[in-house]
Design a protein around this ligand. Structure first.
Ligand code: IMP
Length: 192
């Protein structure tokens, strides 16, 4: 049986509420805002998962007491999971940045870090282009199955050792639009 667009009967439990996520985003915004106070900043959201993180973060930074002189949002799109719940281990670049990153202050904004391969790939790719500063920001940290060591400069919330959905994270492209982070009922994965 496949999960349906109605979401009825598919959510096992809510892990973080919309309010807890908003609170974490505000905290990340003040950390980033003060580190880049008075300087231009490029927020680089990793699609598709970070689509809400980067937009909410950009707006939260605009409201911090100390903030960058300007914030530009750009996107890069990679794929590492396909439609599965385990990473293939191969990261593919699907869409590059529109902005030039050379000489800019760049913060890569990710939804979640699990084995670390995606962030390692992106840090190397962007780092080669010689940004003035390069930092990483991750909303959900799932540290149990790291295959590579990655530097997380800004971390939001710890994530249990589960496949999670919501707030941008999907299972087979579904559930991204849940405003909270959730664990799915086991039957949803039975067709895998
Ligand atoms: P990593 O390369 O294993 O660190 O995984 C990074 C990417 O895998 C994230 O950007 C997500 O798109 C995806 N991912 C990792 N864990 C989950 C999860 O629990 N649910 C949905 N997507 C996930």
């Amino acid at each position: 049986m496949k999960a349906t667009q109605t979401y009825s009967g598919t959510i096992e439990r809510e892990i973080y509420t919309r309010e807890e996520i908003a609170h974490a985003i505000d905290r990340l915004a003040s950390e980033i805002g003060s580190d880049f106070a008075g300087q231009p900043l490029l927020l680089l959201g990793v699609l598709k998962g970070a689509l809400y993180v980067v937009t909410d973060l950009a707006r939260a930074i605009a409201q911090t007491a100390v903030r960058p002189s300007e914030v530009i949002v750009d996107y890069i799109c990679v794929s590492s999971y396909g439609n599965e719940t385990r990473s293939s281990g191969e990261v593919r670049l699907l869409k590059d940045t529109a902005e030039t990153v050379t000489g800019r202050n760049v913060v890569i904004v990710e939804d979640i870090v699990d084995n670390g391969l995606t962030l390692e790939y992106l840090s190397a790719l962007i780092g080669e282009r010689k940004p003035a500063a390069l930092r990483t920001c991750v909303l959900f940290d799932k540290p149990y199955h790291r295959r590579v060591g990655v530097r997380l400069d800004y971390t939001g919330l710890s994530c249990p050792d589960e496949f999670v959905v919501g707030y941008g994270l999907d299972y087979q492209e579904l559930f991204r639009n849940l405003p909270y982070l959730a664990q799915l009922q086991p039957w949803v994965f039975q067709s895998e």
